[in-house]
Design a protein around this ligand. Structure first.
Ligand SMILES: [Mn+2]
Length: 361
């Protein structure tokens, strides 16, 4: 079914941005609008939305995208030219293309007409999608509760006999048993100096040593909504400097959480966390942005980063995950998901953040 309320919101946002027609192709965006998962892979599949509320869908007939009320359907078969079908429905002038639609599709549409001006057209959807409704908030809370359990599971199973990849695979199985099925990503399990690389995955043969940090960055889609969470603990012992680094990251993360409320700039959420770490002398080792939006995709607007000019508004969900990364030594990151409320934020992930040293019992 077409989600009329969501379509209406997107059309209003299109008008606000001066866009009269946009082509939507991103699977999560189409799912958000229609409740249908469509994955045409390399083939052409798109929805055209016009600012008068007219909606057209262009789908390959092999993909069983059944007609939807309120939407004009255009089916094509392999061997037919879908771009002509799309081009025939476009008005001259600006056409907003989905940021994730492959260039072979966008260029093929443009080749059919010489009176189109291509612009990026994802903003109206992205902005509307970043405001979660009640059902979406519930889905995110549920996903976060599974994430808490997955982190607890990972920490409980820290064992010198398990390399990073084995422990990562065990956590992935745990997620699968709790409802995560599609689009699973490698679960980040990082020992010791590997944690100093913000996107170190989990590698076969990497073993634990006493004094290592163990960083878990765990994420999965549960009923189409993602969770994403990081905890860092230490194995058997923790040096004075590592303890200091941990406490700085924890304070930075809490400061950013405490700062979040409607009306604050997302770039300031980043600045608040960054100031704590910079004031403590580790600014140059905070290598990432502070956070990213989470919903049907694991990285989406709004970002908590110096370059994001969005304002936090009720219903937005994003991560807060500052870190300190000391090359060849240690990495500490603490990440929670929050939803902006009327007067602050709700923290979805709850696993404790006090410094934990495991493996001594
Ligand atoms: Mn994250």
């Amino acid at each position: 079914m077409m989600n009329k309320e969501r379509f209406t919101r997107v059309v209003e946002e299109m008008k606000r941005q001066g866009l009269t027609q946009i082509l939507i192709a991103d699977d999560p965006a189409i799912f958000w609008l229609t409740g249908r998962i469509v994955n045409p892979m390399e083939r052409c599949g798109a929805i055209l939305l016009k600012d008068d509320g007219e909606v057209h869908a262009f789908m390959n007939n092999l993909f069983c995208f059944e007609p939807i009320d309120g939407m004009t359907m255009h089916y094509y078969a392999d061997g037919e030219n879908p771009y002509k079908l799309i081009a025939d429905e476009l008005a001259p002038g600006k056409i907003g293309f989905d940021k994730n639609w492959a260039s072979k599709h966008t260029i093929s549409v443009l080749k059919e007409r010489d009176d189109l001006i291509p612009v990026l057209g994802s903003d109206p959807i992205d902005i509307c999608k970043s405001h979660k409704d009640e059902a979406e908030k519930e889905a995110l809370r549920h996903a976060a509760s599974i994430n808490d359990m997955a982190v607890e599971f990972g920490i409980k199973h820290i064992d010198p006999s398990l390399d990073e990849l084995t422990l990562s695979n065990m956590i992935e199985e745990f997620f699968e048993e709790h409802g995560a099925v599609q689009d699973m990503q490698l679960q980040y399990v990082c020992y010791g100096k590997n944690a100093a690389e913000p996107h170190h995955g989990a590698v076969a043969g990497e073993m634990l040593k006493e004094g290592d940090a163990v960083l878990f960055d765990l994420w999965a889609p549960i009923n189409n909504y993602w969770c994403d969470m990081t905890r860092t603990v230490f194995y058997k012992s923790c040096s004075e400097e590592h303890r200091k680094v941990y406490e700085i990251v924890k304070a930075a993360q809490q400061a950013a959480i405490d700062f979040v409320k409607p009306g604050v700039k997302m770039s300031d959420v980043d600045a608040v966390a960054r100031k704590v770490i910079t004031d403590a002398g580790y600014g140059e080792y905070f290598l990432t942005r502070t956070g990213h939006g989470v919903g049907m995709t694991v990285h989406e607007p709004p970002e908590a980063s110096p370059s994001c000019d969005l304002i936090a508004e009720p219903g937005m969900c994003f991560s807060i995950e500052p870190g300190i990364y000391l090359k060849d030594d240690v990495g500490v990151r603490i990440e929670d998901l929050v939803i902006v409320t009327e007067d602050g934020c709700e923290v979805l992930t709850r696993y404790p953040k006090n410094l934990q040293i495991v493996g001594n019992d």
